[in-house]
Design a protein around this ligand. Structure first.
Ligand code: SAH
Length: 213
């Protein structure tokens, strides 16, 4: 279950689904996913499927983690500072942390954040700052990011997130309620103009407002 061979099989499936960024595939082949699940479910960790992590939330499907990460890397810009909305289990956070300068990640459910922090520590990933906050409002302090990735879906693109994009910054986010589309928003230079592109249909938990203890 925990073996490299099992993870290699998962990576093979990702390739078949069209993921092609070699660095993303390498990191996914080398990052354990089972530690992000409760023990009762850890035997299913290398299935290409979303899995429950409690509090009505899910660990994202590996394909979508790979795809969103690949989109950020392929955008071609700097990735010194990256904001993630919806830490959840911390799995996507751990993949990002191995590929970018620093990950800032917000989660609205405190117990999920606490567990994620423990797992990231276990993996020795130090370039991550976690906050318990409503990510729909962006990072709590005013700050700009080269890239923002959201693992929860709002109905419309939040203006607060667009405003936290650095020049040429990219936002990858699922948008919609009943049907959702993975959406790429790019800030054009240092202007206040943005280019929006719909990429593919997806299914994420909704972006909720407020925080819970
Ligand atoms: N990539 C994560 C996905 C977790 S599911 C993983 O693989 O584990 C999405 C997460 O977004 C949930 O944990 C949910 O609590 C969180 N979320 C939803 N709305 C949020 C908000 N407004 N601010 C911060 N986190 C939010």
């Amino acid at each position: 279950m925990t073996s490299k061979r099992t993870r290699d099989r998962l990576v093979q499936r990702l390739i078949e689904q069209g993921v092609s960024h070699q660095m993303v595939l390498d990191i996914m082949a080398n990052t354990p996913r089972h530690i992000f699940l409760d023990e009762a479910l850890s035997h299913r960790a290398y299935e290409d499927t979303a899995l429950p992590i409690g509090h009505g939330q899910t660990l994202s499907q590996p394909y979508i983690v790979a795809r969103m990460t690949e989109i950020l890397l392929s955008a071609g810009g700097k990735l010194d500072e990256v904001l993630e909305i919806g830490t959840g289990s911390g799995y996507q956070t751990s993949i990002l942390a191995q590929l970018v300068g620093h990950v800032y990640s917000v989660e609205r459910i405190k117990p999920l954040q606490d567990k994620a922090r423990e797992r990231l520590r276990l993996l020795g990933l130090r370039n991550v700052t976690l906050r318990h906050a409503d990510g729909g409002l962006g990072w709590p302090e005013s700050r700009q990011f080269n890239a923002i990735l959201s693992a929860a879906a709002p109905r419309d693109i939040p203006d607060s997130l667009k405003q936290q994009l650095a020049p040429d910054g990219v936002l990858v986010i699922p948008i919609g309620a009943d049907t959702q589309e993975l959406t790429l928003v790019v800030r054009l230079g240092d202007s206040d103009e943005f280019k929006t592109q719909r990429l593919e249909p997806v299914r994420f938990v909704p972006l909720l407002s407020g925080v819970t203890r």
